[in-house]
Design a protein around this ligand. Structure first.
Ligand code: HEM
Length: 417
């Protein structure tokens, strides 16, 4: 019996299709079963090429730590095989026409990462915080002004982080609805309601590339001090950054920069609505705010997976991963791993959140982590003390996506103090 046969994922388990992510309770039950019984499992099921599924927190970190062995290129996310083949035929690469820093490996990856890194940490981030605070206040006031009921997902959660990242990149605010449509077509490509053309975001990519390319060309000619200008005019080894790389950089910042945070914001609201005692805790102890934002990210896990490809054989538990094998790192599973977090399914704002993998781990760990946490601090730090009650008015509808999650609908009722 081969290692693949020994570790075959049972037919009745599905924790990787977009539809599996529309049933959160079922998903987490199955992930807990896998962590206990089959932490590294082999998946050979259409429509995907085969891959190993990694569910334990410790194993996810081990693979990301060994970034010299487990490469991001050429298979970063789960895409149906037919779509990969079509992309390969069209662009000569399975990842398509873009080349983001997520797709790059060392030493190239660090060179490109450095271009934007200073915007999202330390003094770079401190310069942005007054503007972000003002945007947070605008959306908290909008919610309060809605009279006590809203669909938090579509009325607030998608717009606030989008306005933040648009302001950092210098994209016009009136283009926000367009940017949102493009992002959803690209990142929630499996969700039937959000998918644009049944082509896994290919048409959206081409259209959006035209929009971002124009922005980059304008900033190259006339820099304005925004992040797009910094990317457009960056150099690598003394040469101007390539157009594909610049385009991919802005693309990843504008999409990953808001969709993930929107998912965290909506999931955080669901956490408070279903665990009202945590609101009381936060009001009594505002010092818990940053830990709350981390707990939101752990509990929600806005990004559901990334993949790596082994460049040499590697022993992971009782499985020998062969050179060329792909592994999918299931972050929601790592974040509910009972070996790291007690009662992992509970939303507890005063738990020890260190060790969560919502932002990944190692050299590719999220560049926007501090920004995202600040956005969550700013919003919930202003909102929660103003609410005297909060409840769901209907069952939330998660986005059916195995990549970036979030909610299509999150109807809530709330009263203001
Ligand atoms: C709650 C919100 C967010 C979550 C959960 C999140 C999650 C992640 C994850 C899991 C990764 C991959 C890490 C890995 O491979 O180990 C990542 C990378 C990245 N994120 Fe985020 N992210 C969030 C917000 C943001 C924001 C606000 C930005 C702003 C630009 C951003 C930009 C990026 C970029 C550029 C990368 C690639 C980093 C690299 O490859 O070196 N993210 N993020």
């Amino acid at each position: 019996m081969t290692s693949e046969q020994q570790h075959q994922l049972p037919d009745d388990i599905d924790v990787f299709s977009p539809e599996a992510y529309a049933d959160e309770a079922g998903l987490y039950r199955q992930l807990a079963h896998l962590r206990r019984n089959l932490p590294v499992s082999w998946v050979d099921r259409a429509p995907y090429r085969p891959f190993w599924l990694v569910t334990r927190n410790e194993d996810i970190k081990l693979i990301e730590k060994n970034h010299g062995i487990f490469l991001s290129a050429p298979r970063l996310t789960l895409i149906p095989e037919a779509m990969e083949a079509a992309t390969l035929a069209r662009y000569g690469s399975r990842t398509g026409g873009s080349r983001t820093i997520l797709d790059m490996d060392e030493p190239e990856h660090s060179q490109y990462r450095n271009i934007a890194a200073r915007w999202f940490i330390g003094s770079g981030l401190r310069e942005l915080t007054p503007g972000i605070d003002a945007i947070a206040e605008k959306y908290v006031s909008r919610m309060i002004g809605m009279g006590g009921e809203c669909d938090f997902a579509s009325d607030i959660a998608v717009w606030y982080p989008l306005e933040v990242i648009a302001s950092i990149l210098g994209a016009p605010l009136e283009d926000a609805p367009y940017i949102l449509r493009m992002t959803q077509a690209l990142l929630a490509a499996g969700d039937p309601e959000l998918q644009q053309d049944g082509d896994y975001g290919a048409a959206a990519f081409e259209e959006f590339a035209g929009y971002l390319g124009k922005m980059l060309a304008e900033r190259r000619a006339c820099p304005t001090g925004d992040l797009t200008s910094a990317i457009a005019n960056a150099s690598i080894d003394g040469n101007p950054i390539g157009m594909i790389e610049a385009l991919s950089y802005v693309l990843v910042a504008i999409t990953a920069g808001h969709d993930t945070t929107s998912a965290a914001l909506a999931g955080g609201m669901l956490g408070f609505a279903t665990h009202p005692e945590e609101m009381t805790k936060l009001v009594a102890n505002p010092g818990l705010l940053r830990n709350t934002s981390n707990e939101i990210c752990r509990w929600v896990s806005p990004i559901h997976h990334f993949m790596r490809t082994a460049s040499e054989d590697f022993q992971l538990r009782d499985v020998t991963l062969r050179a060329g094998d792909a592994v999918a790192l299931i972050y929601p599973s790592g974040n509910r791993d009972e070996a790291v977090f007690e009662e992992p399914d509970r939303f507890l704002i005063d738990r020890d959140t260190s060790g969560h993998v919502a932002f990944g781990y190692g050299v590719h760990a999220c560049i926007g982590r501090q920004l995202a946490l600040f956005e969550l601090d700013a919003f919930f730090g202003k909102l929660i003390p103003r609410l005297s009650s909060l409840e769901l008015t209907a069952t939330p509808v998660p986005i059916a996506s195995n990549f970036v999650g979030g909610y299509r609908r999150l109807p809530i009722r709330y009263a203001v103090r």
